[in-house]
Design a protein around this ligand. Structure first.
Ligand code: SF4
Ligand SMILES: [Zn+2]
Length: 356
């Protein structure tokens, strides 16, 4: 990939030490990608404020997140999916959209009412997706019901969001807030913005007629299991004041990240699925849809329990996502809950991870 460098925009943000480490780790990655192909595309079902809908999720390849080029977040390997040269032309972006539409035509009986577009960065950053491409994409999906676009708070501006809302699309801006606690976001995740910036972005989106979907990260490095659980419970309740949907996702160990280096040296364990269940159950009365999609569940590099019960707990979590009924967790149990409870009580900053 093109060499990660801090650019003027990123200088002085985040922690210099974190950025330096992340830059040197990312520099080991040397794969490049075709700018005419999306990074990924798939069909699924999602819980929206209007009910469960078929969704088409698109990960556009836009050249990667500029924050990641400066070093970036400790758990994020997404820049590894960027393209040589760091930017993708309008024509290439539209080719990617065409590949996604083709996938939908082949795999689904009908058009998906819900479109979700992620970019491994910020869709609303005009250096990733220019105004012309943004408008053309809004036009392409103008006949759908709802669209979700991902962005860091800095780039959430009324007129960019209005490209979608003006076409009558229910629009959500998905923000990778990670946590409502500024100290955890800065010191553990190495993200540079504050909760106050998230509030400002949610107000800008709201004024343009859009809603906010907040993404939270459970258990970034340097937090014990119980600290991570408490951080999520608090964060979900604070986010629910601004976001109609909160997607809380457990950290998984991605290649070419600081989390991967810690994991490799025995200093990091992804969260237990019991922790995910505990948070969802205890915040079920929060005034937002709260969902979680544990990636790589049951594997050592993903959120996991003992190996015996992972699939069952994952199913309960997916069930909760669609129905928001905390009683789904009463139906799953396993002997390893006792180990998890001991970890919750005894794991501290200096003895992590207490159990595998
Ligand atoms: S998590 Fe988002 S902001 Fe952080 S480096 Fe990855 S893509 Fe960039
Ligand atoms: Zn178990």
């Amino acid at each position: 990939m093109s060499k990660p460098t801090p650019e003027v925009y990123e200088q002085g943000r985040g922690m210099d030490a974190h950025n330096q480490v992340m830059r040197s780790i990312r520099a080991k990655k040397d794969r490049t990608y075709d700018p005419h192909e999306p990074t990924r595309v798939w069909l699924d079902e999602d819980n929206t404020p209007d009910g469960v809908r078929q969704s088409l999720t698109i990960i556009l390849n836009t050249g990667g997140c500029r924050w990641a080029r400066a070093g970036g977040c400790t758990m994020c390997g997404y820049v590894a999916e960027s393209v040589e040269g760091g930017s993708v032309s309008h024509e290439a972006l539209m080719d990617q959209i065409e590949v996604c539409l083709e996938h939908e035509r082949e795999e689904a009986d009908e058009k998906s009412p819900l479109i979700k577009i992620y970019t491994s960065g910020s869709f609303l950053d005009e250096r990733e997706v220019g105004a012309r491409s943004r408008e053309a994409i809004a036009e392409t999906f103008g006949d759908r019901e709802r669209i979700v676009v991902e962005s860091l708070p800095d780039f959430v501006e009324g007129e960019r969001v209005a490209d979608f809302t003006d076409r009558g699309l229910e629009t959500d801006v998905a923000v990778g807030l990670e946590t409502a606690t500024d100290r955890v976001r800065r010191d553990c995740v190495n993200k540079y913005f504050d909760f106050a910036d998230f509030i400002e972005a949610s107000e800008a989106a709201g004024a343009a007629g859009a809603g906010i979907k907040a993404y939270l990260l459970m258990k970034p490095p340097f937090l014990s299991e119980s600290e991570a659980v408490e951080d999520m419970k608090r964060s979900i309740r604070r986010c629910a004041e601004y976001a109609h949907t909160v997607s809380m996702n457990p950290t998984n160990v991605q290649r070419y990240t600081m989390v991967d280096e810690l994991y490799f040296r025995g200093g990091y364990r992804p969260p237990w699925l019991w922790s995910v269940a505990e948070v969802l159950e205890s915040t079920a009365d929060a005034d937002a849809i709260v969902v979680s999609d544990p990636v790589g569940h049951g594997s050592d590099r993903g959120p996991h329990n003992c190996g015996e019960c992972d699939d069952r707990v994952q199913r309960a979590i997916k069930d909760f996502d669609l129905r928001q009924d905390p009683s789904v967790f009463e139906q799953v149990s396993c002997e390893c809950e006792a180990t998890w409870e001991a970890v919750m009580r005894r794991e501290m900053g200096y003895n992590m991870p207490l159990a595998r």
